[in-house]
Design a protein around this ligand. Structure first.
Ligand code: SF4
Length: 356
């Protein structure tokens, strides 16, 4: 298997890269879209970034919003016609709570678009699970609690939900198919000491990979680091141990447990990635990125409630340049490093390109 997490994937889309700058007339379709089909969720995670008061993400989210069935089918038609490469379903809410998920992914499975989902795994059953197992590229289950009691505390669910999620993942792998099943392990002050044991348990369950990441508790990088500092070294040691003792050909561990940049200040004035990987929210708004979803003041590109996505996308380029990262994005940004790479690529002097 090739590298799953490289930041250079977008460099395989030369036309897209060349279309990005404001002075180029061309508008190319997004490469990848995240769709938040519903804001309804069956869990109440205590650290949920969409509900945390200290994070701008999710500021204007309405919990009961979901994309109507007809609109979702229209969106999928547009994405296919536009040549979008990949769709990831994520929250807002829990994608498997979306009543039309099976129909949506069945339709997607009939196109060339690859698809994936982030989920809590509790409803990974029945037809949606079967279609994902058979046709999706990957599925990632987010986890934190390491047994029934701790999981119930983290997520405001009844004791037994943890066992159900593990069982669902085991059953999912038994379905066969080519879907890569990962777990995202969100590390905080309560579960850091379980990193190794929990990762071993997940390996026994049969998942293909575990990504170990820090819980983001604030827009402020220094505040995040202060939160993780008391246990950071010991948690990191356990993550390293997990990699050295548990990872093998059939079980991948991605250690993404790291401190965050002290400040989230950005010096660049336009964002390439919002044209590469935008978000369609359950409110039928299009947002710039995962980090600004449901932020109507700073993250909104426009609405597709009264127009088709493709008409919105191709209807003028100005909307892609209203967000000035140096002004509006001084918070965590998952695309920051990738933005820098793209901007660096685009800044190359044409006269000197040959001198590689
Ligand atoms: S710079 Fe980052 S946070 Fe700002 S719009 Fe782009 S991807 Fe989003």
């Amino acid at each position: 298997m090739g590298s799953l997490y490289t930041k250079l994937k977008v460099f395989h889309y030369q036309h897209k890269l060349d279309s990005l700058p404001v002075e180029v007339d061309d508008i190319a379709p997004p490469v990848h879209i995240r769709i938040k089909p519903t804001n309804v969720c069956n869990h109440r995670c205590r650290y949920c970034a969409y509900r945390a008061a200290d994070l701008q993400l999710g500021k204007d989210m309405v919990d009961k919003d979901f994309i109507p069935r007809e609109k979702m089918l229209e969106i999928i038609d547009d994405l296919e016609q536009m040549g979008v490469q990949a769709v990831t379903f994520s929250g807002g809410g829990e994608p498997f709570c979306y009543p039309y998920l099976a129909e949506t992914v069945r339709k997607l499975a009939g196109t060339a678009i690859r698809f994936a989902a982030l989920t809590n795994g509790a409803l990974l059953e029945g037809e949606p699970a079967e279609i994902f197992a058979e046709r999706a590229t990957w599925l990632r289950v987010s986890m934190d609690g390491w047994d029934d009691e701790s999981y119930a505390r983290y997520r405001g669910v009844k004791v037994g939900e943890f066992s159900r999620v593990l069982r669902n993942m085991e059953d999912f792998k038994r379905l066969g198919g080519g879907c890569f099943l990962g777990v995202s392990l969100i590390v905080d002050e309560e579960n850091w000491s379980e990193i190794f044991n929990f990762t071993r348990r997940l390996k026994e369950v049969g998942v293909d990979s575990v990504k170990i990441s820090p819980c983001v508790v604030s827009n402020d990088g220094a505040k995040n680091n202060r939160y993780h500092q008391p246990f950071f070294d010991r948690a990191k040691e356990l993550a390293r141990l997990a990699v050295s003792e548990l990872a093998d050909e059939g079980f991948e561990i991605f250690d993404a447990y790291h401190s965050l940049a002290e400040t989230f200040v950005k010096e660049y004035r336009w964002c390439p990635y919002l044209q590469i990987l935008p978000i369609i929210g359950a409110d039928m708004n299009v947002y710039s990125c995962q980090d600004k979803a449901y932020n109507l003041d700073e993250g909104l590109l426009g609405s597709i409630e009264q127009q088709r996505f493709r008409d919105f996308w191709y209807g003028g380029k100005e909307k892609f340049f209203r967000i000035d990262p140096a002004v509006h994005c001084n918070h965590h940004c998952v695309a920051n490093e990738k933005n820098r790479l793209v901007l660096d690529y685009l800044a190359a002097d044409a006269e000197h390109l040959g001198f590689v």
